[in-house]
Ligand binder design. Structure first.
Ligand code: SF4
Ligand code: SF4
Length: 121
């Protein structure tokens, strides 16, 4: 590169915003299509277990008798397949990343029992 070419780049860089951010003080807003972490609306889950069967990373556990739905966030590869196959659309791909962790615990959710049907008559 010529001397003049280098000087031009140097002068331009002096007056340009830095290309990097001072994380964690300045956090970039997520893009709308960011695949961050799986969220669940527990009231809509019917414990059918389809998400557990289809998850390629075996990250989801569904236990119908104890009404427990759990996810191992370190296993999840954010493929979005569970969101696509859930029949009640209770799973969502949130654009935020899960908090860092040093343990391999799963994150459990208790699924509430279905609301009683109104009495006939
Ligand atoms: S999250 Fe969806 S697919 Fe998974 S058990 Fe609940 S209803 Fe079924
Ligand atoms: S996003 Fe993919 S890897 Fe993660 S829990 Fe859903 S199906 Fe499994």
């Amino acid at each position: 590169m010529s001397f003049f070419g280098m000087t031009k780049i140097l002068l331009t860089s002096l007056f340009r915003r830095p290309a990097t951010r001072l994380y964690p003080f300045e956090v970039r807003a997520p893009y709308p299509a960011t695949r961050g972490s799986i969220g669940i609306t527990v009231e809509k889950c019917i414990l059918c277990g389809i998400c557990m069967k289809k998850c390629p990373a075996m990250a989801i556990q569904v236990d119908k008798p104890s009404r427990r739905w759990a996810i191992d966030r370190l296993r999840c590869v954010a493929c979005n397949y569970c969101v696509d196959v859930c029949p009640t659309k209770c799973l969502t791909m949130k654009p935020e990343y899960a908090a860092p962790t040093v343990t391999r615990d799963t994150e459990p959710f208790t699924i509430p029992p279905p609301a009683p049907k109104p009495a006939a008559g």
